[in-house]
Design a protein around this ligand. Structure first.
Ligand code: C2E
Ligand code: MG
Ligand code: MG
Length: 597
């Protein structure tokens, strides 16, 4: 229904207009100009405003402009009416925004018709605006829905893609994983067969990578692996594949090579590239890779066969010359099979009680007495007989079994020593060899304390031997452990001294208590003047550093005599006694000691 707000200006001018609408259905509200139209507009919500001007008021145009500027009447049609003499004023109102003008008097029906059509205009405009708004909202909603749909489709595609990616790639480095590597290699083998090409599989392992993790933390280790992965990729063509199998094990398949030499060239490039310093965690890290190479079809007919052959070659590199590469050859297979069998046997050896300790005397020839004994492990295999430590200790180090074996040695030696003491035999220390891996473990001091507590052995009656090479490989970590061991009151001897390359400056830092001159420097002195000179120099340094010195591997009287002459009185060697089992060692004692027979 039409709602007409009539502004009577001045008062009474709206009268005839009002009367014209009396019969219509329109709802009317008449106010004077002086009343605030804005307030009424808010409450009445007119569909039409009629401004009734009196004759010669002179302010019609100004009023019209004011109404048009009124925000509460925004969009409400404005009709101006006046007598015939005011037509100029009405025309000006039209210019200033009035929607229509009516010259009175005019037939009431005409008035009613004009009012209704103008009112409707407002409704229609409102409806249009409403419709447009709804359309806009609808479109917006539509767009939002489509967007959401697209996003969720994308997310689905992404997660599908991501899933596929994770199934085929290594998350840390973005390289292919083992599964994808196999598939890829299988396919390229097919092509190589058809076109008579050569194909090479390389397995790559970083030397001493575990130390990066141990010393600098896994986050740094991961960054190093990422850096290595990037460089590996830069060494190969787009048609080749680079994979990570976990840890620091990488593999590569080089496709369509013209000869074996091509693989050697790539391996050389990889070594050169990986060996350059890696900028990781704000510092520089150096690593060397060891690489094994297998060639298709000579060294294997399946991806796994090729990987196995490359691994055999890789092991060979690790054993002989880290930081290098080797091609697989059939003769290698025998050695590695042997190694694998040994490894299987070694795993059972502890459980089956196949280890025992032999003891070798250490003497002070000037005093003519026993000053110590070294416990040396022996593995007596039921079928193979005695397996020397040199054949299984390095293997146990590489597969981690040394932890358990080393603990067994420590416990057995300490218990044995305590038993001898209870039997009134000797109060000298017992020497126990501790591997490099044990010495890098921060748990070693606690383990030692535990064993001492359990066995009741005095800490001063225990001495650990660590080889010079193991010591300098991982200086800081080992130093920290040695310090803690020394704090327990336990001695630490540097074994095989002279075979490593520790400088005198480094030697001064070791909180060691003793130094064992390696048998290589004892052999054939004094005839070998160069060795004799080194032995003398070592002795001088040890005295300077207040370390007790013992010479190993003394086999002849000539060696013994020369050592005494230059001031080294403590010795160990076949001349005084070979390593022997417990009972024999005890017998040696009862016979009056092992001295210089
Ligand atoms: P090492 O600690 O330097 O032990 C001395 C080695 O020299 C022993 O070899 C000993 O039998 C040998 N030897 C002693 N006197 C003479 C001699 O006059 N002439 C010659 N030619 N050799 C002599 P063994 O028992 O075969 O041990 C070899 C190495 O294995 C040891 O060298 C040590 O590094 C390691 N080892 C032995 N037992 C253990 C153990 O329980 N734990 C660890 N981690 N390593 C061990
Ligand atoms: Mg030793
Ligand atoms: Mg030694």
């Amino acid at each position: 229904m039409a709602r007409v707000l009539i502004i009577d200006d001045p008062s009474g001018s709206a009268h005839s207009f009002e009367e014209s609408l009396a019969q219509s259905e329109a709802e009317l509200r008449v106010i004077r100009w002086s009343e605030a139209a804005a307030g009424v507009a808010v409450e009445f919500e007119p569909s039409l405003v009629v401004l009734c001007l009196a004759a010669s008021s002179g302010h019609g145009a100004a009023r019209c402009a004011a109404l048009r500027a009124e925000p509460t009447l925004d969009g409400v049609p404005l009709l101006v009416t006046a007598g015939a003499l005011e037509q100029d004023e009405l025309a000006r109102c039209l210019e200033l925004g009035a929607d229509d003008a009516l010259v009175l008097p005019v037939h009431p029906r005409i008035v009613a018709s004009r009012v209704l059509s103008l009112s409707r205009a407002k409704h229609e405009r409102e409806a249009q605006v409403q419709l447009a708004r709804q359309a806009e909202q609808g479109q917006q909603a539509f767009r939002t829905t489509i967007d959401a749909l697209r996003r969720s489709t994308e997310a689905m595609e992404n997660s599908e893609r991501r899933k596929r990616y994770l199934e085929t790639h290594d998350a840390l480095t973005g390289l292919a994983n083992r599964h994808y590597f196999r598939e890829f290699t299988r396919r390229t083998m097919g092509y190589a067969r058809r076109y008579g090409n050569t194909l090479a599989v390389l397995t790559i392992n970083l030397d001493h990578f575990d130390r990066v993790n141990e010393n600098l933390g896994h986050a740094t280790g991961d960054q190093l692996l990422q850096s290595v992965a990037k460089r590996l990729r830069s060494c190969v063509r787009g048609s080749d594949i680079v994979a990570r199998f976990g840890g620091d094990d990488f593999a590569l398949t080089l496709t369509s090579l013209s000869s074996r030499e091509d693989a050697a060239i790539v391996a050389g490039k990889i070594i050169e590239t990986i060996t350059r310093p890696h900028e990781v965690a704000g510092g520089e890290i150096y690593v060397t890779p060891s690489i094994g190479i297998a060639i298709y079809p000579d060294d294997g007919e399946s991806p796994d066969g090729l990987l196995r052959s490359a691994d055999v070659a890789l092991h060979r590199v690790k054993e002989h010359e880290r930081g290098n590469f080797q091609f697989y050859s059939a003769e290698m297979r025998g050695g590695s099979l042997e190694r694998m069998q040994l490894e299987v046997m070694l795993r059972d050896a502890l459980e089956r009680n196949e280890f025992s300790l032999y003891y070798q005397p250490q003497v002070d020839v000037a005093k003519g007495e026993l000053v110590g004994c070294e416990a040396l492990i022996r593995w007596i295999h039921p079928e193979r007989g005695l397996i020397p430590p040199a054949d299984f200790i390095p293997l146990a180090e590489s597969n981690g079994l040394i932890e358990a074996i080393g603990e067994w040695v420590l416990r057995t030696a300490c218990a044995q020593k305590k038993a001898w003491e209870r039997a009134g035999l000797g109060s000298f220390p017992i020497s126990v060899n501790v591997s490099r891996r044990q010495f890098r473990s921060a748990e070693l001091p606690d383990k030692i304390r535990q064993v001492l507590d359990e066995t009741g052995l005095e800490p001063t009656h225990l001495e650990l031997e660590i080889t010079e090479n193991a010591l300098i490989e991982d200086l800081q970590q080992t130093l920290a452990v040695i310090r803690r061991v020394r704090e327990l009151g336990v001695g630490v001897a540097i074994d095989d001294f002279g075979t490593g390359y520790s400088s005198l400056a480094v030697l001064g830092q070791f909180p060691a208590s003793a130094l064992k001159i390696d048998q290589a420097f004892v052999r054939d002195i004094p005839a070998d003047t160069a060795r004799a000179a080194i032995t003398r120099a070592v002795l001088a340094v040890a005295q300077e550093l207040r370390l007790s010195v013992i010479a190993e591997g003394v086999e002849t009287r000539a060696e013994r005599d020369y050592l005494v002459e230059i001031g080294c009185e403590r010795m160990q060697g076949y001349l005084f006694g070979r390593p022997v089992p417990t009972a024999e060692f005890e017998a040696l004692w009862r016979d009056g000691g092992p001295i210089d027979r």
